[in-house]
Design a protein around this ligand. Sequence first.
Ligand code: ADE
Length: 227
Amino acid sequence: MKFQILTLFPELFPGPLGHSITGRALDKKLWSFEAKNIRDVASDNHKTVDDVPFGGGAGMVMKPDIVEKALLSFPSAGRKIYMSPRGTPLTQNLVKELATEETLTILCGRYEGVDQRVLDAYNFEEISIGDYVLTGGEMAAHILMDATIRLLPNVLGNDTTPYEESFSNGLLEYPHYTRPALWTDANGATHPVPDILTSGHHANIAKWRHEQSMELTKARRPDLLEK
Ligand code: ADE
């Protein structure tokens, strides 16, 4: 899969995605990216990419002609995404869909935003990573890319398949425990792991985990159960 990123800060890529699982997947060419500096297509002496908003108000707006020129510098765009707090919420279902695409072009805004006309003219899909406002779309793009890359074939090794994790079955994931079976903390308090997990009874363990998932989801994210 190829990610084409339109940004004023191309040096932010691959950024965190160059490390750990996503970094190894990049080395193995399981995904690739091209980060294009939008400023490179500005032709005036000042390399202007933004201007004041029509109608007044705070901040600057990225110019439609500049964004268009940067977009058209890619031979083909694939699915076009604009990272924005106004967008459709990014969910695991949407991530699964994105992971089937060959090319994603991701526009990262800075300033107040991007002129609406270029978003409309080129059918950019707006996607939000949550109900809070970042200073720019780049970190939101990192999150969308990370969630997508880990679903690509051969990215997660061996049996770390993303089947049982949070959201893939509509529930939050059950809690995990490892050795020691009895842990004594720095204050002298002892913490055993739940007995069921050392019982060796796989059917009961599966049932217990499902119950834990249900309880956690009910307590923390009742909205997921309604869906
Ligand atoms: N850009 C700024 N805030 C954002 C958010 N919450 N999601 C996606 N892109 C953004």
